[in-house]
Design a binder for this molecule. Structure first.
Ligand SMILES: [Zn+2]
Length: 286
């Protein structure tokens, strides 16, 4: 069913839970995520990568996800992830995205604010003031779509500056705030080390829910602690891909031998993504 992303996340936080978000490059994965959410009786978020939304077929995928979300038995949001191009944002919203991560985190501070304000104004002019906006403060190392080992210690300058949080949230009007607290996109080189003191310092300066990107590789017990610090949304991508790619590698030859049995292979894909999503939902639920 349709939901407002901020309402979904705030509601979860009131019970000490967080809502998982899963990158969907394809419809098979999205079906598995929604099935897992329905089985758990909890809401979830379908993330669409900006490279997906930048193509005509990607926009059709968003429309398909919109239909899937609306027909689901639990609240499901469809979010455009990490977008900075106003045209891609407008197109994704027209196609069915109900929330956007407006990502100006690589820009100078004032330009980051101006980007979020500009997108909000453009959406309002489009009659879409209902679209929920997540903004990002602090640069996350790594790549969302391709995972390589990233050493957090190499990027200490990218951490969110908690002194900027109040001003940033009030001027952007962001409804959720993505933070950089030692999390990275892709794979962690060595042990992930979340900076709890930075997260704590951010959490006391704003009431809006915080978002942790790059959760793949962060141990479950750490993720559980994060929810207690107002982290209400946790993004998963790499581990979901790892599971699907590993099983394709393992199963493709046998399924080719079994009469080019793509249907059965897709069944394994579904099971892998569904199990991963179910585990994430259970980990983040109180
Ligand atoms: Zn991200």
């Amino acid at each position: 069913m349709r939901t407002q992303l901020d309402t979904l996340v705030t509601g979860a936080l009131q019970h000490g839970s967080a809502v998982p978000a899963f990158t969907c490059y394809d419809f098979t994965t999205a079906l598995a995520v929604v099935a897992a959410a329905e089985e758990s009786g909890r809401g979830a978020i379908l993330l669409v990568a900006p490279k997906t939304a930048a193509t005509p077929n990607g926009l059709r995928l968003i429309t398909a996800l919109r239909g899937l979300a609306d027909a689901a038995g639990v609240p499901i949001a469809v979010q455009l992830d990490h977008a900075a191009d106003p045209q891609v944002i407008t197109d994704a919203v027209s196609a069915g995205a109900d929330s956007v991560l407006v990502d100006g985190s690589s820009l100078p501070y004032e330009d980051n604010i101006a980007l979020v304000q500009g997108v909000r104004a453009a959406l309002a002019a489009q009659g879409r003031a209902d679209v929920v906006i997540e903004a990002e403060l602090g640069g996350l190392a790594g790549d969302e779509d391709r995972a390589f080992g990233t050493d957090v210690a190499e990027e200490p300058a990218g951490l969110t500056d908690s002194a900027q949080v109040e001003d940033f949230v009030s001027r952007t009007g962001a409804q959720l705030l993505a933070v950089a607290v030692g999390n990275v996109h892709g794979k962690y080189k060595g042990e992930p080390r979340l900076r709890w003191e930075v997260l704590q310092d951010i959490a006391v300066r704003t009431r809006i829910p915080l978002v942790l990107h790059g959760a793949s590789g962060i141990p479950a017990e750490e993720l559980v602690k994060a929810a207690a610090m107002n982290v209400g949304k946790v993004n998963f991508n790499t581990e979901l891909r790892t599971g699907v790619l590993a099983l394709l590698e393992e199963q493709t030859t046998a399924h080719r031998a079994d009469g080019e049995n793509l249907q059965a292979l897709l069944g394994h894909w579904d099971a892998s993504a569904r199990t991963f999503a179910a585990t994430a939902l259970a980990t983040l639920s109180r």
